[in-house]
Write a protein that binds this ligand. Structure first.
Ligand code: 16G
Length: 241
């Protein structure tokens, strides 16, 4: 039974449910008890239980399925928007197995937008690789990277299905990614994106554009990545000066 007190009862129930999810007692994809069961167990009105659940649905911790009930959402990968990291590092930091499927790679001529980002002339040849990135075998993102440095054509011989691009650039090519500008944008998945990411066309995705710089602020990579909107959360700590 929840008590009346300074903390509203709907909030107490919210925190109980959150605790069950974060402790792993309730698993992703599993149904939570019905509103009626929660009311009985915690001595709450139907309206109070509904408010707790609705707020947790809005926060993304739970989701409702018409006529079926309320379920625990799959946890999202939280990525801090502070440090420059690559996909392999991000996954390893979360004890997930990174995976890569190279969709295509080629030497291509820079278009106007890429040339502007990399501060080169349009038409200059660059290394381009498009990769599907996976975590524990599950598709998370489609990344298209355009790389420019003297000798970048040697990347054509690398096995980017098994090696980290950032580690290769740093360790083998002497081009460490040191800083980046990054933009995030909400979008809906197109047909091809949906197929690769195993979502429905029109589902929410995050489009991320990143320009990565190496030593002396020299642009190295222009990347355009499409992340599954239901799997990723970006976090940043803000300071008021
Ligand atoms: C990140 C970068 C991508 C980079 C990749 C390298 C974003 C939006 N993109 O996913 O630009 O090419 O890491 O990963 O964060 P790798 O070292 O595992 O190949």
């Amino acid at each position: 039974m929840l008590k009346n007190g300074p903390v509203p009862r709907y909030y107490q129930l919210k925190e109980i449910i959150r605790q069950k999810v974060t402790s792993g007692q309730w698993n992703p994809g599993a149904p939570i008890p019905s509103e009626r069961e929660l009311c009985e167990q915690y001595g709450l009105s139907r309206m109070t239980a509904r408010q707790s659940i609705t707020e947790l649905v809005n926060e993304g911790l739970l989701y409702r399925e018409q006529g079926k009930g309320t379920f625990v959402s799959q946890p999202k990968i939280t990525q801090q928007l502070i440090q420059l990291t690559g996909f392999t590092e991000d996954m390893q930091a979360r004890s997930k197995r990174p995976g890569t499927q190279v969709l295509n790679h080629a030497m291509v001529a820079a278009d106007a937008a890429t040339a502007a980002a990399l501060r080169i002339k349009p038409g200059q040849l660059l290394f381009k690789v498009q990769r599907l990135r996976l975590a524990n075998g599950e598709p998370l993102a489609i990344e298209t990277s355009l790389i420019n440095f003297i000798g970048c054509e040697h990347l054509m011989d690398e096995d980017l299905g098994h090696e980290s691009l950032y580690q290769l650039l740093e360790k083998k090519y002497g081009q460490p990614p040191l800083e980046a500008d990054q933009e995030l944008e909400a979008r809906l998945a197109g047909e091809d994106e949906a197929r690769w990411l195993k979502i429905a066309k029109g589902d929410a995705v995050l489009l991320i554009r990143r320009t990565t710089y190496t030593d002396r602020n020299q642009p190295l990579e222009f990347a355009r990545s499409v992340y599954r909107g239901d799997k990723y959360r970006f976090y940043t700590r803000l300071n008021r000066k």
